[in-house]
Design a protein around this ligand. Sequence first.
Ligand code: DGL
Length: 259
Amino acid sequence: MSKNMKDMPIGFFDSGLGGLSVMKKAIEDMPEEEFIYLGDSANAPYGIKENIEIKRLTLKGIEFLIDKGVKAIVVACNTATSVAIEDLRMKYKGIPVIGIEPALKPAVELKRDGKIIIMATNATLKEKKFEKLMGKYAHDNVIVPLPCPGLVEYIENGILEGKEIDYFLRTLLKEHISSKIGAIVLGCTHYPFVKKAISNIVGDEVAIVDGSKGTSRELKRKLMEMDLVSNRISRGNIEIFNTLGKEKIDLSFSLINVK
Ligand code: DGL
């Protein structure tokens, strides 16, 4: 592999700000890599759209990253992964295309007493990919898929704490807190931004897991396998784009606010 290719950036895509929670982990794990992020906030939320539209928007977003010369793609959106990952892998055969899925396996492996709640978008929960994932673990565990329409909008608007989001989350989780919860899976990359607010409602003893760790690990593994790890010894650049235009969003907050 030429040195040039190795030092090209890694492209991250999400329907909005959520994927930054995944990119943050990848930056921690691979600080010498260069990163380019595209958030499609102008079209968020994806989770309530038809598949055909989610696919169209995702392919368009990824094309933007390809035009920027990325050496790998991370679809840092559970919804876009569920709907478009196969098409993307067919289209971009030469480079790693990494997706994300609800971190049910790590949640099951915690072996906590109580049910496992999977919070995700409607689109993610109704896809075959999710059905397959459930099929692997549902026989030995009590798993409750919980669609959360409306939650992404709060996060896109920067509402991460306070009365309004507390009320929303409490209503969403109301019927589930009466029986024991072992773990909550954040199956949408936006939700780690409100992890603290969720924890305040369900209690600190409930484990809250997301897919950023596994996705970053898979990215690293793929880069090594395809001999694409950067030779850089200093920190790589990070560039963040959003379809709303830079002036509309304080993008720096998003990397800082993921706990
Ligand atoms: N961040 C996306 C995910 O991981 C979905 C948000 C949306 O509905 O746009 O599923």
